[in-house]
Design a protein around this ligand. Structure first.
Ligand code: PEP
Length: 246
């Protein structure tokens, strides 16, 4: 039995005051029986850590460098994230793939760097609308995951995977529970071929998850929780989604 996991992706939103209010709201909204985490912008990690002291809510970042350390201006290493107490880091989010030209190998290298420092990478895969319409959903997500499997080899069982159809992110369009389940099953099968841990690995769904669709999505056999963008910015909505994963 896999324990559900719900992760909020704050993206580039918030400020110190609004973050404090959101985290206070989360403290009120819990506890939940699912694991819950928030991935916050780099500058707010330390304050988030402080605000969540003694709380069950975990925290993390939205990206990390593939490099260990050195002359990489503007980059943040996974060692730094570990130093701040981050449990998770999102890698390969479609916004980074699209706006920062991150390719499958770079995403895999970032996942490897994170694991090397004990930070669990939440590896995102997902197809665009054009790829779905062209019948390429399966081949795209399998290609994206294959790079990570190839790079992590025996450590692949340590990641969290997130299926995030690009066409559903921030658009209000959600994959139906059946559409999402079909892709999750494909991904689980690919993991099963790579590791004996596949059945205990968590595969999250992300893409316009809201309180009113979360129960159906999380009820599917291979959907082990969610990666939540817009709805993670409202404590009541995020709290309700976390409850749906109970
Ligand atoms: C995301 O950014 O990972 C995401 C799923 O966003 P949203 O929930 O807003 O679609």
């Amino acid at each position: 039995m896999r324990k559900k996991l719900v992760v909020g992706n704050w993206k580039m939103h918030g400020n110190r005051a609004s973050n404090a209010a959101l985290l206070a709201g989360l403290r009120e909204a819990g506890p939940w029986s699912a694991d819950v985490a928030v991935c916050v912008p780099f500058p707010y990690i330390a304050e988030t850590a402080l605000a969540l002291t003694g709380q069950a809510v975990l925290f993390g970042a939205q990206d990390c460098s593939a490099h260990e350390q050195g002359a990489y201006t503007g980059e943040v290493s996974s060692a730094m994230l570990a130093d701040l107490g981050c449990r998770y880091v999102i890698v390969g989010h479609s916004e980074r793939r699209a706006y920062h030209a991150e390719n499958d190998q770079l995403v895999a290298d970032k996942a490897k760097a994170a694991l090397a420092h004990g930070v669990t990478p939440i590896v995102c895969v997902g197809e665009t609308l054009a790829e779905r319409d062209a019948g390429q959903t399966e081949s795209v997500v399998k290609r994206q995951l294959a790079a990570v499997i190839h790079t992590l080899t025996h450590c692949i069982g340590e990641i969290v995977l997130a299926y995030e159809p690009v066409w559903a992110i921030g658009t209000g369009l959600t994959a139906s529970p059946e559409q999402a389940q079909a892709v999750h099953a494909v991904l689980r099968k690919q993991l099963q071929a790579a590791t004996q841990k596949a059945d205990s690995m968590r595969i999250l769904y992300g893409g316009s998850v809201k309180p009113d669709n979360a129960v159906q999505l999380f009820g599917m056999p291979d959907i082990d929780g969610g990666l939540i963008g817009g709805a993670a910015l409202k404590a009541a909505d995020f709290g309700a989604i976390c409850r749906a994963a109970n």
